[in-house]
Design a protein around this ligand. Structure first.
Ligand code: ATP
Ligand code: MG
Length: 453
């Protein structure tokens, strides 16, 4: 229990800008994440219970039931599905993603769709000038009276403007540029970002105006600032994809109003972000399918299945230590798959360079695509192929067993829908198979490799 004296004296401690960990004294290196020079001062005033506290007024559940569950459409079916139908009034959405991936593009398009002449959206930026915004708005055809612009980084001014103008939606691009005068530290520091998000979230809840915060990501891919940021907002979205490719995936990491893990598929074109109409067809390149090293699999990210092509190239290495590179798969997962192929299926790849790619710039974290990856590598190494009309589904265990994957029925239905005639799938799957789809059931990786033709 803190004494009166302790309460009166402000306590100084330090916060890490990388991981948000606390330290009692300044150190050159964060004791939690080992980042250098990341600790900055944070003053905490210990408080005790006030002498007299009035009881708060509670609200009966029936009164809340009368409030309509309205959502605001964003103009994109794919963005709406990730949000759980649309933007909920008074909610705070955090949108993160790599530099140049298209965060400001989506934010401007959403504000243009949500605003109208009577109640325009407010696009507030601390990063770009009005000229830069105007260039983008012209390119995306988002001109007109539906969006008002504000170049400002002071939180108090932004909040005062929101209260005065009562926009239909507020976009803050980006949250790392906001500055709260009452909080120590430079813009972008942990304490500043936390204070700015808290203030924006308070104004969203008080006015019922939804707020879309754009957030930068760190080298490791997390939204820059404290991890607690994700707890402070209602929805966290990540925009992913290869910057030079045209496909983008909008992934729901957290959603208080809809399914988490839902994925929206978009294409980034010159005139902005568009919904990918037929995702599976958009991902398939008929020319390469059926060649050695190219395997079609059905991934099930979120609730929707999608056909994707996994490509591998295995060639004799000129190096002492063979090269392994991966685009679309985690490199550790590739190493694991190479180890299982070598040990359990006798594939001779230890002296080969292996390059792996997922067509369309998609990132695959779904273990149901393991078998496709393994067969693409084994096929390329031995110049054998999976038929162009055959899809591959299955997870691989360390002992080389092929395991059942989640939502197999949905994946099989999608395989049939994209015109596949056969499927290689785990032996243990006992569910329904669409008519006309031939099944090659396998229980081990070596059994699957034997099917390569
Ligand atoms: N004239 C253009 N024609 C086609 N595409 C363009 C054009 N200008 C920009 N782009 C695309 O838009 C992307 C930048 O989009 P945007 O500014 O929305 O990204 P961002 O995620 O907000 O970036 P940052 O992290 O720098 O704020 C570029 O990487 C490029 O792909
Ligand atoms: Mg931007």
């Amino acid at each position: 229990m803190a004494t009166e004296l302790q309460r009166a004296v402000p306590r100084l401690h330090y916060l890490c800008a990388e991981c948000g960990a606390e330290a009692p004294k300044w150190q050159g290196q964060c004791p939690a994440c080992a980042a250098w020079n990341s600790l900055s001062e944070n003053v905490v005033r210990l408080t005790g219970r006030k002498a007299s506290v009035a009881a708060a007024t509670t609200t009966p559940m029936e009164a809340v039931m009368a409030v309509p569950g309205r959502v605001i459409a964003t103009g994109s079916f794919e963005v709406d599905r990730v949000l759980g139908g649309g933007i909920v009034p008074g909610s705070v959405v955090l949108l993160g993603g790599d530099p140049g991936i298209g965060k400001s593009t989506i934010a401007l398009q959403v504000s243009h769709a949500c605003g109208d002449e009577v109640s325009p959206a407010l696009y507030c930026t601390g990063e770009e000038s009005l000229e830069q915004l105007a260039r983008r708005a012209r390119r995306l055809c988002c001109t007109g009276a539906r969006v008002r612009l504000l170049v400002e980084s002071d939180v108090d001014t932004v909040i005062a403007t929101i209260e005065a103008e009562r926009p239909s939606l507020v976009v803050v691009d980006s949250v790392q540029t906001l500055r709260d005068a009452g909080t120590p530290g430079p813009p972008g520091s942990v304490s500043q970002v936390r204070a700015a998000v808290l203030r924006m979230s308070e104004v969203a809840k008080a006015t019922g105006i939804p707020v879309l915060l754009v957030g930068h990501v760190t080298k490791e891919g997390a939204i820059a600032g404290p991890r607690t940021l994700e707890h402070m907002v209602d929805v966290v979205l990540y925009l992913e994809g290869e910057r030079l490719g045209e496909h983008r995936m909008l992934r729901g990491i957290k959603n208080r109003f809809g399914a988490t893990g839902e994925v929206g598929l978009l294409t980034m074109e010159r005139d902005g972000m568009h919904d990918l109409a037929a995702p599976s067809r958009g991902m398939l390149d008929a020319a390469s399918l059926g060649a050695s090293g190219s395997v079609l699999t059905i991934t099930c990210d979120g609730l929707r299945p999608m056909a994707v092509e996994v490509q591998a190239l295995a060639v004799a290495s000129l190096f002492e230590l063979p090269r392994r590179t991966s685009s679309g798969f985690d490199l550790n997962r590739l190493h694991l798959m190479l180890a299982v192929l070598t040990k359990r299926a006798g594939t001779l790849i230890s002296k080969m360079d292996v390059y792996v790619n997922v067509a369309g710039g998609i990132r695959l974290a779904d273990p149901g695509t393991d078998l496709a990856l393994a067969l693409a590598i084994a096929g390329s190494a031995s110049n054998r192929a999976v038929s162009r009309h055959c899809a591959v589904i299955g997870e691989i265990g360390l002992s080389g067993e092929v395991r059942r994957v989640s939502r197999t029925e949905v994946r099989l239905a999608e395989a049939a829908a994209v015109g596949m005639e056969a499927v290689i799938l785990p032996e243990s799957y006992r569910g329904e198979v669409p008519e006309g789809l031939r099944c090659h059931r396998v229980s081990t990786l070596i059994g699957a490799v034997a099917l390569l033709g």
